[in-house]
Design a protein around this ligand. Sequence first.
Ligand code: MG
Length: 181
Amino acid sequence: MRPPYLLLDVDGVLIPFPAADGSTPATHTCHDVVPEGRNADNPVTVWLNPEHSRLLLDVISTGLFTPVWCTSWRQDAATLIGPLLGLPDLPYVDLPRLQITTSQPDGYLWKRDHVDGWLGDIPAVWIDDDFSGLDHEWAVERTTKGSATLLIQPDPDLGLVPDHLTLVSAWARQPLTARAA
Ligand SMILES: [Mg+2]
């Protein structure tokens, strides 16, 4: 049986939202990156927590998941963000470029329709800060149909914390029948 996917968002998860005064968390280190198609003299500043490197590597190295970027950073997550965290070269979901002004244009996460088809019937843990109630219902429905699905939703002001990855590891070690959305 194929291992579950581990879908990983970047903004609001690895890069928490800045504080109201624009400051970034003391736990995170700032880096300037130049996403594909952007001028080198106009970089984007990101802030990453070196501690996330160890936490993610611990989960990835279990071999219990197929980790995949699932973020509007698309290939830039693989080429820019991953290396800054010392992560191996991970594939990414090539999300569609929708003309949207909100992350939940139809009441649920804009990524979901594409991800749903992309996953097929493979079980998945999906870490994203932007799920709605409808996404959680989708996860329950998928699980009921035999494709165990766990949504992990960090607070975007805090981003990913160790407890999230503890949950991910615990889920993967459960018998298939015990996995609940
Ligand atoms: Mg996000």
